[in-house]
Each structure stands twice: as structure tokens, then as C-alpha cells.
Design a protein around this ligand. Structure first.
Ligand code: ATP
Ligand code: MG
Length: 161
């Protein structure tokens, strides 16, 4: 289905803000002026973003900020989820989308999780012809970026043809 990504992300972040009232973590939205029209399976993309934001929360220090961004970039929709957690060592960064991969097994066990979340997220993003990647500065935080193709033209707002 076609969705305005900005509108859709506002709802998603609203829901997380309600969920985390007991934690000293705040959300910042850095959205460009909407709308950004994308064709996506809302349930599946909700699962994707739920996992990525849950990861950000899991690794955020108290007092931390999670910044959710969305913008148009080079004819794609770009979503960015940034946290201020421990970050991911460079040598592990390419592995976090593998099934069952967790950077710190002991810590991951205490925090819960199977290591499947990002592998499933990547599969779902691939199915949307999008991509997902990480950039992280160990000790500074993690940024997970997702790009999605814009909705194909049709009904809507393009000029000339
Ligand atoms: P699950 O999602 O199945 O509950 P999980 O969160 O451990 O388990 P993934 O979401 O696939 O699994 O993440 C894989 C690993 O990548 C995590 O265990 C963690 O080591 C690392 N990771 C993911 N996101 C972050 C983040 N925001 N900050 C630091 N490390 C992260
Ligand atoms: Mg996870």
C-alpha cells in the first residue's frame, strides 16, 4: 500500500514514546517536510522499525536520545535511527545482519534477544527493494539507515509526463 512515510513515522514514534515512559530516554524527530510517498507493507515495515528502535532502546544509556530521521535523498526515502549507546566495533558491523549474530554474547544474553531481529529486518527491506546498513562509532553510538524506493508514479503529484 501507499503511505506517507513522514505521517507513518510520526505514529510509530508516538507509540514508542508511550511505551518508554518509565525510561529516561527521549526521542527526537528529524523529518523533512512531508509527504514522502512510498509503497510498503505497513505491518512488515512496522516489524522492521520496531526491531531497530528496540535495539536502540536496549543499548541506550539512561538520559540518552534516540533520533529518528527521514528525508528524500537521491530519489529515495532515507530513514535513520540513531542512538547514543555503546556502538558496534568496526569488525562486527558487517555481521549484525546475519542470523543469530550478537556482538557480545554475555551481554546479549542478559539483555535478551536471539539475534534474529536485524536478519529478519534486512530480509523485509530487501523484499521492498530497499537497503539497510549501519554506521557506528564505537563509544559514540549507532546509526541504522534504511533506504526505500519512492512510490512509482501513477495517481499523485508528478508534473509533466
Ligand atoms: P532479537 O532482535 O532477536 O531480539 P538481538 O537484538 O540481539 O535479538 P539483532 O536485532 O539482530 O538481535 O541485533 C544483532 C546484534 O547487533 C545485537 O545483539 C547487538 O550486538 C548488535 N546491535 C544491534 N543494534 C545495536 C545498537 N543500536 N547498538 C549496539 N549494538 C547493536
Ligand atoms: Mg533486536
Amino acid at each position: 500500500e501507499r503511505h506517507d512515510l513522514i505521517h507513518w513515522l510520526h505514529h510509530l514514534v508516538d507509540r514508542f514514546e508511550m511505551l518508554v515512559k518509565d525510561r529516561d530516554v527521549s526521542f527526537v524527530r528529524r523529518f523533512s517536510q512531508g509527504p514522502i510517498q512510498v509503497d510498503m507493507d505497513s505491518d512488515k515495515m512496522t516489524q522492521v522499525l520496531d526491531n531497530i528502535i528496540s535495539n536502540a532502546l536496549k543499548f541506550s544509556p539512561e538520559g540518552g536520545t534516540i533520533t529518528v530521521g527521514a528525508e528524500l535523498k537521491e530519489n529515495e526515502a532515507l530513514i535513520d535511527i540513531q542512538d547514543e549507546g555503546q556502538g558496534i566495533p568496526i569488525k562486527d558491523q558487517h555481521k549484525i545482519f546475519d542470523r543469530f549474530y550478537r556482538v557480545d554474547k554475555a551481554r546479549a544474553r542478559s539483555l535478551g534477544g536471539t539475534g534474529l531481529g536485524l536478519a529478519i529486518a534486512k530480509e523485509m527491506i530487501d523484499a521492498h527493494q530497499g537497503s539497510v546498513w549501519v554506521s557506528s562509532e564505537p563509544g559514540q553510538g549507532t546509526s541504522i539507515k534504511i533506504s526505500l524506493p519512492l512510490a512509482s508514479s501513477g495517481e499523485g503529484c508528478e508534473s509533466n509526463g
